[in-house]
Design a protein. Structure first.
Length: 69
């Protein structure tokens, strides 16, 4: 249940912290894609994991925005 712990951790953060987390995840995804294109990436499943984490972060941001309305 690693994923549930990650989501609960995200829900405890503020909107600003979530935006910082989102930016960091997008930078990591860019770097992973770059490494993959240059055949330097050994663990290609990390790309999928980071993409899902970005979606989770965006979902929590949307949930917080709807509650704030």
């Amino acid at each position: 249940m690693k994923i549930n712990a990650f989501v609960e951790e995200l829900k405890a953060k503020s909107a600003a912290e979530l935006n910082e987390e989102l930016v960091a995840a997008k930078k990591e995804l860019f770097n992973l894609r770059f490494q993959n294109a240059t055949n330097q990436l050994e663990n290609t499943s990390r790309i999928k994991e980071v993409r899902k984490n970005i979606a989770r972060i965006q979902t929590v941001i949307t949930e917080k925005a709807k509650v704030a309305e």
